[in-house]
Every structure is written in C-alpha cells, then in structure tokens.
Design a protein around this ligand. Sequence first.
Ligand code: NAD
Length: 425
Amino acid sequence: MGETSAYERFCAIVDAASAVAGIEDPGVLEAIKRPERVHEVSIPLARDDGRREMLTGYRVQHSSARGPYKGGIRYHPNVTLDEVKALAGWMSIKTAVVDIPLGGGKGGITVDPHKLSVTELEALTRAYTERIWRVIGPMVDVPAPDVNTDSRVMDWLEDEYARLSGHDAPAVVTGKTIEHGGSLGRDTATAQGGIDVLEAALAAAGENLRGKKVAIQGFGNAGSNAAILLQQAGATIVCVSDSTAAIRKAGGLPVGELVEFKHKGGRFADLKDYEKLGTEAPLFEPVDIVVPAALEGQITAHNAEQVKARWVVELANGPTTPEADAILAGRGVKVLPDILANAGGVVVSYFEWVQDLHSERWMLEEVQARLAVTMRRAFDAVTEIATRKNVTLRLAAYAVAMRRIADAIGIAQPLPQAKVRQPGL
Ligand code: NAD
C-alpha cells in the first residue's frame, strides 16, 4: 500500500470496477483514467520581509465529459502532481455518482500555509489565480475549497479572477462566503449528505437512527456537523476525536458544548473530566455506526478486524485502504463509500454555481430538500447495481459513475470520417 501512489490507486479501482460497469473498450477505460489536461505553474510569492520565493502549483482538469471541471484547491506541503491527478479523477467519479452536470478537476500548491501570514496567503492565492485564470471560468473549470483553503481564499480567487478578466463572475468558484455569492447550507452539506445516505441505507435494512450509538473520528467541518445532525436525528454520540485525543462518554457526549469548545480553538487533549484515548479510538468502539471524518488511510489491513460497528460512513476521503475494505466486506460490515457518502459538499457547490449563474438565492430549506433528493437518487442507483451484481457499494458506486462518464465520452467522440460534411458538398 505504501508503494502505490494515489493515482495508481485511482487507476486500480477504476480497473476493478470496469467489468461491473460493462466497459470493455480499453480506449474508453483509458479515457476515464487519464486527465484531459494538466497544468503545472510557478507561482511567485512576495514574503512580508521583502523576499521573493517561487512555489509550484497545479490544476489538473480530469474530465469534462459531463460538464465543466469541478474540484477543490489544496494548500499543503505534501501536494504532488500525482496526488492532484488522483484527486481530480475522484472528483470526476464523485460528480458522476450524484449525477450533477459537472466533470472533475483539482488544484493545489505545494506549501505549508500555516507558515504564511494572512497577507502572504492572499498574495499567494492571487498569484496562483493569475497563473491559472485563463484556463478556468464559470463554464470551463470551477474550483472550490479543499484542505487548508476556505471561503476567504475562494473570495480572493473570485476577486482576482474578476480583476484579470474584467468582469464579475461569481460562478467561477464555489465555497465562497454568503456575502460573495456563497450558498446557504454549504457548511453543513457534506455531513447532511452523508446522513441522507445513511438514513436511506438504514431504511433499506429496516432500521433507523433512533437510539443508534455513534463514534466519530475527526471533529472539524465534516465530523462536528455530523455529530450535531446525528444527535438531532436521535442517535447518541459516545466517542469523538480530534488530532490530539479521543474522548468517550457511554451515556452520550454533550455535542453542543464540544462544538463551542472547538470553535474557540480548544484541543480535546486539554479537556478535563473525560477519559482520554488515542485519536484512532472512535474507529474501534463498540458502537453501531463509525464515522471516519479526519484523514485518509485510517482503517487498514492491520486494524480492520478491530472495527466493531456494523456501519462505516466515510465522510473523510479515502479513510479505508483497499485491503481493509476487503476485510470489512468479508465480515459483513457495511461501508458507505466516500465517493457517495461525502458527495453532499460538491452537490451544494453545484447548487451555488447554479444560483450564481442565474442570480438566484435559494432558501436553506430548498437547498436541503434538493440535496436530500439528489443523495437519495444516487443511493438508489448504487444500491440497485450492488444488489444486482452482488458487489460492494464502493464498487457499485464506481461502476455507476464510470458508466455515466463512458456514455458521455461516447457522445463527445468525433463523427466517423465518412459522415463529416465536406465544405461545398
Ligand atoms: P477539517 O480540517 O475541518 O477537520 C479535520 C478534523 O480531523 C479536525 O478536527 C482535526 O483535529 C481532526 N484530525 C486530524 N488528524 C486527526 C487524527 N489523526 N485523528 C483524529 N482526528 C484528526 O476538515 P474537514 O473539512 O472536516 O474534512 C475532513 C475529511 O472529510 C477530509 O478527509 C476531507 O477530505 C473530507 N471531506 C470534507 C468535505 C467538506 O465539505 N468539508 C467534503 C468532502 C470530503
């Protein structure tokens, strides 16, 4: 697992799902795997002390077969072209699973943003935008936040794009602040979409969330909102972790208090009156539902046997390794895969894009209702394939997405030579 790159892992699962998707043409399979376009840029960064540094950034445009490229921008020291290519591919799959008319892309800068001042972060974002603005646009490629980028960064990107292109175009980027054209409901969208899928899966098994015990790894945007929403739906949150520690309370944790504590910058390791455990503890608690909402590669071949829950809801991207996936499937643990379970974020990003293109403002209730319908449809399509082909929900989700992309690629192919009309004929 350590030796395979992220992009190799992306290609491996696409290969694995090809038979389920009924894609036999190696050319079509290759088109699904390979990015249409890769941009590598050198970004001049003016430091506050007057020094000038050159950083490297990327924008990978993976697939436009189903619509404009869509995907976040990541600021992280470990960003590599290989990783951005994989993440872009996963975006193409994700937008196709939930059947929104967008393709997949991803961007990134190899940088540790925590070492930059706010002025430097803004300068970096504007310099990166200057390098890529000619290849993005509301109908071409629509970035969004990802690791270490937020609504403020998206506002800067939008502003710089408007300055360079000479016209306001809020739909060039999503995940903006509400004041700059962001959508209501975007902050809770990933958690809400995951719970919509979970409720559908439980209902199909004749169950519901009432009285279910839940443990959550990660208490940021995805994890803390999931805790709030799951508790509202009648579940009990018994164990949560951040990057410093896990805390546990059999009768149920005070979710509201913990959210406030984290908003003030608190660390679970500093909380008094709680039993402290390792950060991975929530994954192995004796609960009904485990929600990985932190990092990738958390459930592995080494620890998959210790997972006691019957349901795993992957709000994080790639929290389960392929080896662990097979072990969990063998033990009858139902995994709601990331490309379906955490797609709520990109769905509401799509709603933001539509609202900005049409100068509309949707009410929160409208956003949530449309999200629920979109997630439910995606779940039904994936479940139908999983049942009919007797495969995991993950493989079925890839197959559904790949079939849709393959069908779109088919339309985009040029006409055979004989049918092309010659000028003057
Ligand atoms: P975030 O930065 O808001 O929160 C991450 C949380 O994980 C923090 O509480 C952090 O303390 C915790 N954490 C970090 N390392 C940990 C460790 N070793 N053990 C336990 N906890 C740890 O990030 P987020 O936006 O909530 O994203 C979390 C995951 O969900 C990522 O994999 C991300 O790609 C995925 N995701 C998020 C969204 C979204 O809209 N936010 C959408 C799709 C996927």
